[in-house]
Design a protein around this ligand. Structure first.
Ligand SMILES: Cc1cc2nc3c(=O)[nH]c(=O)nc-3n(C[C@H](O)[C@H](O)[C@H](O)COP(=O)(O)OP(=O)(O)OC[C@H]3O[C@@H](n4cnc5c(N)ncnc54)[C@H](O)[C@@H]3O)c2cc1C
Length: 421
């Protein structure tokens, strides 16, 4: 693999046939995560495609011309033309492979896939999920000299990475931007020695035999497995939701409320999180309409009263969204009045959905005992129903889900593991 600069771009990339270019930066954890995958893919496809790297900070003119805005960013060229959209951030190996496959004849790509040799890796503790719970467990385990691997389908940090500011994590006098707090946590655990395999595809988790397959070819076996895959916002599952997620529909007020300064917003939900998030969005938006399925808000009385008293907020009770429709510069919700069974529409600049969270547990199927909502049941040492398997953080059945409770769970599991190995 070759490193080039902007002067060589024309001859090496634009006139170079099939070329994949990685724009990277220094001190960039996602670039470090991509580097070994990029090299692996270059080794696999090198006979058909050239792979080059360009240092982003040292080649600013080219970076601006190509509108490369983040590190790392990968571009795909064939005879001087981009043949796929550029990809950026936490790039998975499967994403690179998918585009490379599309750039070469089917027989050639089949031959490459047939040549991939499976890899087996063993560790003492395998952590699935790199949010605060998994990172705390990783820290304690590596400090106890337990050989530990942490896998994550994204970059480490978990929900904290997308939290605007965190003011209730002990040790910081001033509120911390969520991405900085998660960066500190992640670097501390990495520098301690926990091995990261992040932005990978995680599949085939066999908890009885303690094996996990990542990126289709690497099987990791462990003596203990720690599940720390957290929770995600629950979707409504109605037409238009998947299509317009991130393009008019948001699940994170702290991430997106700022884009609705003096704009109109629809909030779906009426429980504690919907009410708290609506109050936060009201600092920006000029008008909020809440759509709630019951006849009164189900949040705690004090917070609910604040919403009712807020002149910017009105509520459509006994109503449920049935479809989201995107129109030029507007989002429309078709909703059903559950009392009259009639359907109406309402439009705004954006939609926020807060109807609760769901555990990220689909990978584990029915292997473990869970509560009625799918959160994994454990004892107080975080041991789940299969010996040697632990569950920590938001995925665990418990009452309070916070960063502090997630790191506490991680701590307990790690100490229990290090004493029992
Ligand atoms: C908008 C928002 C604001 C918040 N603000 C605060 C706050 O101010 N203070 C506070 O204390 N708490 C706050 N919380 C709650 C807090 O973020 C969570 O309680 C905490 O992050 C839980 O940590 P966790 O490690 O259990 O899970 P998560 O943070 O959810 O991390 C789970 C990790 O697992 C990974 N993962 C998921 N599925 C898989 C898989 N199949 N294989 C491998 N990896 C997987 C994810 O990519 C992720 O990195 C907030 C939450 C949200 C959504």
């Amino acid at each position: 693999m070759k490193e080039i600069n902007e002067q060589e771009f024309e001859s090496v990339v634009l006139k170079g046939g099939k070329v994949v270019v990685d724009f990277y930066s220094t001190e960039c954890p996602p670039c470090e995560a991509l580097a070994p995958k990029f090299e692996d893919v270059a080794n696999l496809y090198g006979e058909h495609i050239s792979f080059v790297k360009i240092f982003r900070q040292g080649n600013r003119e080219l970076v601006e011309k190509l509108e490369v805005q983040g590190s790392p960013t990968v571009l795909f060229y064939d005879n001087g033309k981009q043949v796929a959209p550029m990809i950026s951030g936490g790039i998975k190996k499967s994403e690179l492979v998918e585009v490379c496959d599309s750039m070469i004849p089917a027989e050639a790509s089949q031959k490459i896939h047939d040549s991939i040799k499976p890899v087996n890796t063993h560790c003492e503790a395998l952590i699935i999920g790199g949010g605060p719970a998994g990172l705390a467990a990783g820290l304690y385990l590596c400090q106890a000299k337990v050989n530990t691997i942490l896998v994550d389908i994204q970059l480490p940090g978990g929900q904290v990475s997308t939290t605007h500011q965190v003011s209730n994590y002990p040790g910081f006098i001033e509120p911390q931007p969520g991405f900085m707090l998660s960066h500190f946590m992640s670097e501390q655990t990495k520098q301690c020695g926990t091995k990261y395999k992040v932005a990978v595809d995680v599949a085939q988790v066999d908890l009885q035999n303690k094996t996990v397959v990542i990126d289709d070819y690497e099987t990791i076996t462990a003596e203990k497995i720690v599940i720390a895959s957290g929770a995600s916002p629950r979707p409504l599952g109605i037409p238009g939701e998947k299509e317009y997620k991130g393009q008019g529909i948001s699940y994170c007020a702290t991430c997106d409320a700022k884009y609705f300064e003096n704009k109109e917003v629809i909030v779906v939900g009426g429980g504690n999180s919907a009410v708290e998030e609506a109050a936060f969005i009201a600092k920006f938006a000029s008008k909020i309409t809440m759509i709630h399925q019951f006849g009164e808000l189900t949040a705690n009385k004090q917070s609910a009263q604040k919403i009712i008293d807020n002149p910017k907020i009105s509520i459509l009770f006994n109503s449920e969204p049935r479809a989201f429709i995107k129109e030029p510069n507007k989002m429309t919700v078709e909703y059903e009045n559950l009392e009259t069974k009639t359907r109406e529409t309402i439009s705004a600049d954006g939609i926020f959905v807060f109807i609760g969270m769901q555990p990220n547990g689909s990978l584990f199927g029915t292997q473990l005992e869970t509560d009625d909502w799918g959160y994994i049941s454990t004892n107080e040492d975080m041991r789940a129903s299969i010996p040697g398997v632990y569950a920590i953080g938001d995925i665990r059945s418990k009452k309070y889900r916070q960063i502090t409770t997630a790191v506490a769970d991680g701590t307990i599991a790690a100490i229990d593991i290090s004493k029992s190995l």
